[in-house]
Design a binder for this molecule. Structure first.
Ligand code: SME
Length: 182
C-alpha cells in the first residue's frame, strides 16, 4: 500500500511527515500559527489517505491525526450518515453515543443543515448531546459528497471556546479533501 511513490510524496510534500520502518512519524512544528498547523495537518491527511481505498482505515488515521495536531481535545472523530441517521465511526476519546438522529444535537444540526457548527459553549446549545461530561466546546463539520452529507467530523474540547474560525476553515478544508476517501 505504501509504495515507493507514496513514500516519496510523504518526504517531498512536507517536512512534518516522515515515513520509515513501516511507521509514520508526524510532528507538528513548535510555535506554529493555527493556520500553519491546519495547513500541515491537511497535507498530512492528503498524503496519509491518498493510496488507501478503505474508508475505516482512513477515518481511523484521520481521527488520530486530528488528535495529534490539535491541542486540547477530548474527542475527535467521525459520525457517518447511514440509513438516514448518524452512526458512530472511528474516533479517539471516551466511548460515545452510537446513533444520532439528523437534527439532534450539534452533530445532527450539522447533518441537517450542511453547515459547520461552531459551539463555544455546549451548555448553551439547545439539545447538545453530552457524550463526555468534560466537553465544554465543540466543532462539527459536515463532509459532503455530490451535495449530500455523508458524514460529520466532530471535535470536542474541555476548554470553553476552544475552536475559532481558523479551526472551522481548517477542518472544512480537510473534510473537502477526504470526502471521497472515507
Ligand atoms: N456532542 C455531540 C454528540 C457526539 S459526542 O460529542 C462525541 C452532539 O451534540 O451532537
Amino acid at each position: 500500500m505504501h509504495n515507493r511513490r507514496h513514500r516519496k510524496v510523504l518526504r517531498d510534500r512536507t517536512p512534518a511527515l516522515r515515513y520509515g520502518a513501516g511507521m509514520f512519524t508526524f510532528a507538528p512544528a513548535e510555535g506554529q500559527t493555527k493556520a500553519d498547523l491546519h495547513a500541515d495537518m491537511l497535507e498530512a491527511a492528503i498524503a496519509l489517505t491518498q493510496d488507501e481505498p478503505d474508508a475505516v482505515a482512513n477515518m481511523a488515521n484521520l481521527a488520530a491525526l486530528m488528535w495529534q495536531f490539535l491541542p486540547d481535545l477530548n474527542w475527535a472523530g467521525f459520525y457517518r450518515m447511514i440509513g438516514g441517521e448518524l452512526v458512530l465511526g472511528p474516533f479517539i476519546g471516551k466511548p460515545a453515543c452510537i446513533r444520532i438522529p439528523v437534527g439532534r444535537g450539534v452533530c445532527g444540526a450539522a447533518a441537517a443543515t450542511g453547515d459547520t457548527q461552531l459551539v463555544p459553549d455546549v451548555h448553551a446549545f439547545p439539545g447538545h448531546i453530552a457524550c463526555d461530561a468534560a466537553s465544554r466546546s465543540e466543532l462539527v463539520v459536515p463532509v459532503t459528497r455530490d451535495g449530500a452529507v455523508i458524514a460529520v467530523i466532530d471535535l470536542d474540547s474541555p476548554l470553553p471556546a476552544r475552536f475559532d474560525g481558523d479551526d472551522a476553515r481548517g477542518i472544512e478544508a480537510l473534510a473537502e479533501a477526504v470526502a471521497f476517501r472515507i
